[in-house]
Design a protein around this ligand. Sequence first.
Ligand code: NDP
Ligand code: 2IT
Length: 444
Amino acid sequence: MNTSVKKFINHVKQKNKGEKEFIQSVAEVSESVIPYIASHTKYDQTKILERMIEPERVIMFRVPWLNDQGEVEVNRGYRVQMNSAIGPYKGGLRFSPTVNLSILKFLAFEQVFKNSLTGLPLGAGKGGADFDPRGRSDNEVMKFCQSFMTELHKHVGEDMDIPAGDIGVGKREIGYLFGQYKRIKGEFTGVITGKGSEWGGSHIRPEATGYGLVYFVEEILKKHNKSLKGKKIAVSGAGNVAQYAAEKCIEQGAKVITLSDSKGTVYNPKGISVEELEFIKDLKNKRGELKDFAKKYAYDFLEGEKPWGIKCDIALPNATQNELNEEDAQKLVENDCFCVAEGANMPCTPEAIAIFNEYNVFYAPGKAANAGGVAVSGLEMSQNSLRYSWTRNEVDSKLRQIMQEIHQICVKYGKEKDYINYEKGANVGGFVRIADAMLAQGLV
Ligand code: NDP
Ligand code: 2IT
């Protein structure tokens, strides 16, 4: 690490004590962006990076609600409004007991670069609550969402801040949140994305993150004269991103040999079939466990294990932050895995990324590879403004084009002598658009 990066990170650590995920994400970006800034003094003199790591606004609020036993429960809600240089704040909501300010600030910071890479007019934000929808009845989830939105509605709006889903927030939660916003404001607007296709949602939004991830992997492979056909893919997670990444991999002739959830990994060396995947979608959407799928189809269930010890060509970490560490990366490399693309946000630790770089594994960071979700959210916003709906094919081809353009930006800014540094390409490519907009708008 060069000295100006070290100095900057020390300053970030001092100012954001204990926020380890946020510091990790800032460090990862700084390592490529600070050397770039050094050769572009206009960004240095105006302290653009110093401004970018400070959220424009953080909202924290109480969420009281009544459970099915009639007892009062109290959760903590958040919205981090990170950057509005290129558009209204945009980013998901996460409902998980692990949610805290550090995690939401890291996610909001990643979102700044990701949204910039999409080329769409999307600022960046992230929010959520330390509420766990797993094991709760529909009625409890509705009560929670209604209380959450009763406060959040003051801070969001179709031209101000547009939330969407993330871990623990799917179609059901989006429905309850949207319904409450509409009721309070008396307006049917595109305030939230990921809506049902019958009530303002875009086709392909549920599929977008997973499909987009696979489109991005296809671009990497094409650039290196390879293809997905016949490749063995290890996927982690079994939620929204994992399901549709797996679906697209199978459609493109690859074999998805694992999926996982918080309890363990299911392994099928022959590749999970389309019918089995449909069963898994249904099971996980009812908040079931993969263990029950493994039992029904008599596959191995590796209790408490991650997929990374299994021999594969390509790994797609699609569950959560820091789920793939140095030891896991070492195993993947020993097993000749040649490509790792992040469907989740920051799933690989810095030590794991260092191993991928050392062994020339193609490594695609989440801010580029998983940008398809927010990109189609941006397309949902456009359709809402137009009061119009594009077909599945129209949205899918726009998604593919956006992923191809993100790949080109990564190549443009990440090209080294004999390889492409996708991490640097995504960080610098994302940075430039935001930085120029901030410069144009004065000291804000
Ligand atoms: P879901 O809630 O639909 O699924 C999350 C999956 O990850 C579940 O299978 C869950 O297991 C598993 N998981 C969660 N936490 C852990 C953990 N600590 N250890 C092991 N497994 C875990 O979320 P999404 O699929 O939407 O999100 C997955 C990732 O993708 C997140 O990092 C998210 O930020 C990122 N992302 C999501 C986008 C979207 O559009 N939804 C867009 C871009 C990125 P279990 O079922 O047992 O809880
Ligand atoms: O991390 C992400 O990009 C998301 N959870 C999706 C955000 C969005 O606004 O669609």
